[in-house]
Design a protein around this ligand. Sequence first.
Ligand SMILES: NC(=O)c1ccc[n+]([C@@H]2O[C@H](COP(=O)([O-])OP(=O)(O)OC[C@H]3O[C@@H](n4cnc5c(N)ncnc54)[C@H](OP(=O)(O)O)[C@@H]3O)[C@@H](O)[C@H]2O)c1
Length: 348
Amino acid sequence: MHTHDNPTHTRRDFLKTTAAGIAAGSVIGMAGTARGGFAGDGAFGLEKRRLGKTGMEVSVLGFGGAEIGYGRVEQERVSELLNTALDQGLDAVDTAECYVESETLIGNAIGHRRDDYSLFTKVGHWPSGKDGWSAEGITRSIERSLERLKTDHIDLVHLHSCGIDVLKEGDAIEALEKARDAGKTRFIGYSGDAAPARFAVETGRFDTLMTSLSIFDQESIDLTLPLCREQDMGVIVKRGIGNAVWRYDEFPTNGYYQEYWRRMQKLDYDFMRPANRDNTGPDGPAGIALRFVLSQHGVHTNVVGTTNPKRFAQNAELLKAGPLDAEQVEAIRTRWKDVAEEGWVGQI
Ligand SMILES: NC(=O)c1ccc[n+]([C@@H]2O[C@H](COP(=O)([O-])OP(=O)(O)OC[C@H]3O[C@@H](n4cnc5c(N)ncnc54)[C@H](OP(=O)(O)O)[C@@H]3O)[C@@H](O)[C@H]2O)c1
């Protein structure tokens, strides 16, 4: 499924299905049984990495704000989730104007302790529509984000997965550069995948790249990471736990999860086979998925989406085992190279 031509499609699917799941008392809860219970505790001591030329120091585990927005999670739960995670070592929070109420939820939850975290948001995506890519549209979007996030500056604003045409045209990048000059944001980046991500990196105008990278999505490892390293760009991984699709015994009805679920069947990693799926330790599916991402040279943090107030501590605990050893990484890379189809490009 090529999603990069029409990112709103998969996100709308996500919204439709996940909202129902939340209402039913389960975050996912549609097709198949969602697994994932874990009894971790304490999560201090996360490794920190320098986010490329931005010089920001960030923990290897960040927070992705899409799921709280699309899942329409209530304020009280988001406040508990984020304040607890900040107390446990979270220091980077990612959101976007288009994630429904995500920015407002985050601003209300932790706007009062703004010095405790680096804040990333994105501009130019649905629901702003086409207008979202104009210089004026981007400038207005940043102003709205500042207000909702209850802050006078954002640390990093990403262009939200625009195509090569928008990047070539140049207005969008220029608007971000102006916002950086005006102090509205300290740094600017591109968030996206496949050919547009490569093009964005090649422009040399961005401080960071946010891109998909996981055991189910390995295109970026060769396509963009080497160039990012050359340019000392910060690299933030999204979808790094691959939406934890092993939680589904059956094809998920949520369109946003389907491509990774399909890939999982074909990849057939041993650590993801049914007998191993309930292993919530560092050598189980979640542990290996998270540790694989952090084994990649040039990756600095992984913003994992969650609606579960216990999840940050659990994932931080898994990461205490550190990156995978070279042999494990090689086995996952080899398996991917052996079975990946031509269409297995980076998923927005
Ligand atoms: N184009 C773009 O710029 C773009 C696109 C996609 C995403 N993003 C950003 O990247 C972030 C991450 O992407 P994502 O949220 O789509 O996907 P993700 O982080 O790959 O997956 C999130 C899902 O994984 C589950 N999960 C997390 N840890 C788990 C564990 N240890 N065991 C079992 N399940 C676990 C969460 O469930 P629980 O709720 O139960 O924890 C949630 O449903 C987004 O939130 C967003 O900030 C950006």
